[in-house]
Design a protein around this ligand. Structure first.
Ligand code: NAD
Length: 382
């Protein structure tokens, strides 16, 4: 028996995230493996419908990957009774497109941030609830092997009482003049939806909420370290958005999370993001893939003496947490979970309200920075 096929309208597939992570590494990988295994012998197949602004680029992608349907007309794509609408466009275009998909009664899966303002984010969540469509927002960091292991440690009670978190995210993004930038130029223009606070605080919101506790207070300083950059055509432009943010998040239960996010920092770390969690009984450092721990019984007793060279091999005193599971690409794993939930098989909890909480944290972070003060993060409800 041939498997059921879900048609997925994918908007923004010529972009960095839309092409690599969502089309190639998720939907085409699922399609080429024969679909999603529903666990009871049944499989559901997927077929993308590519949507974008540039017909030639879409046609080239379609040809390279044997995709039959593509169009530059979103309205037409939505009118063709697809099962799911997916959005990986630039953030500024998302709200209108998702609204259109919900109005057409189509399930929605989307990149973050879900909209440009909290009001729009909440409105989308309300509209989806009222229309009865399923919604999912990319929460990819939760599926990273390193963070899966960190969550496992929290659930096991390994830490005792959790005291604090120190997160370090970032790398050097070239200015675009003498070496091409490795991120799109709109990321550095506030008027185009750019900025590291808007980009990363929605990630920190769901990472902290799902692993350590909801964020209840924020103090942040957002800055633009590199004021001028060169775009994809080599033209100089003014960077109007923040490229670094230094934040303190207070979590439910009293945990303090201090997270640095920067596109103007050089890496002297094992991974591009790392979180150190310290608790009364043990500590852990989790990155994208790896996670190491130190239990209180294995904790050395360093003595501060600047007159002597370092005697302890500190990094060697930590133990690796094993995978103990097949940890697939996080984007693909989340797609599979969302697809199953659309078919009524299992739960996909990361919805548009979770997406709105991410926008809320970004808005409050920017306000905290502008006003130079700590702000409460109130709970939002529909
Ligand atoms: N989950 C993650 O880790 C992650 C990482 C990076 C980006 N993102 C999100 O993914 C989305 C896309 O980011 P990206 O880095 O792939 O960007 P990108 O610039 O590489 O791609 C943007 C896409 O949007 C399309 N687009 C539609 N209307 C446009 C317009 N008016 N101007 C410019 N482009 C337009 C482009 O054609 C392209 O397909 C953003 O919302 C971003 O926040 C998520």
């Amino acid at each position: 028996m041939s498997p059921q096929t879900l048609r997925i309208v994918m908007n923004g597939v010529t972009g960095r995230m839309g092409y690599r992570q969502h089309l190639v590494r998720s939907i085409l990988a699922i399609r080429d493996a024969g679909g999603v295994d529903l666990g009871d012998g049944r499989r559901v197949q997927v077929e993308p419908v590519l949507v974008g602004r540039n017909e030639d680029k879409l046609a080239a992608i379609a040809k390279e990957h044997q995709v039959n349907e593509w169009t530059t007309d979103l309205t037409k794509a939505l009118a063709s009774s697809p099962d799911i609408y997916f959005d990986a466009q630039v953030t500024s275009q998302r709200y209108t497109a998702i609204k259109q998909a919900i109005a057409a009664g189509i399930h929605v899966y989307t990149e973050k941030p879900t909209a440009e303002t909290l009001d729009e984010g909440i409105e989308l969540s309300r509209l989806a609830r009222d229309a009865g469509v399923q919604v999912g927002v990319v929460h990819d960091k939760l599926y990273l092997p390193g963070l899966v292991k960190l969550k496992r440690l929290v659930d096991s009670g390994f830490f005792g009482e959790i005291l604090s978190v120190r997160g370090e995210f970032g790398y050097w993004v070239f200015e675009g003049d003498w070496q091409q930038a490795q991120r799109p130029s709109w990321n550095y223009r506030a008027e185009d939806g750019g900025g590291i606070v808007v980009d990363m605080f929605c990630h920190w919101s769901y990472v902290l909420e799902n692993i350590l506790g909801r964020v209840t207070g924020v103090t942040a300083k957002a800055v633009t370290h590199i004021p001028e950059r060169a775009d994809e055509q080599g033209r100089t432009y003014k960077a109007t958005a923040d490229d670094a943010a230094y934040a303190i998040f207070e979590l439910e239960g009293g945990v303090i999370a201090q997270v640095n996010s920067s596109w103007a920092v050089r890496v002297f770390r094992d991974e591009l993001v790392e979180f150190q969690v310290d608790g009364t009984h043990g500590s852990a450092v989790a990155g994208l893939r790896n996670c190491v721990t130190q239990h209180r019984a294995n904790t050395p007793k360093p003595v501060w003496n600047p007159d002597l060279p370092v005697t302890e091999p500190f990094r060697d005193q930590w133990s690796a947490v094993p995978d103990n599971a097949d940890l697939d690409n996080g984007f693909k794993a989340q797609w599979e979970q969302f697809i199953k939930s659309v078919l009524g098989e299992g739960d996909h909890p990361y919805d548009l309200l979770a997406g709105a909480r991410g926008i809320q944290l970004a808005e409050l972070g920017l306000r905290s920075s502008a006003e130079g003060r700590r702000l409460e993060v109130p709970e939002i409800a529909l």
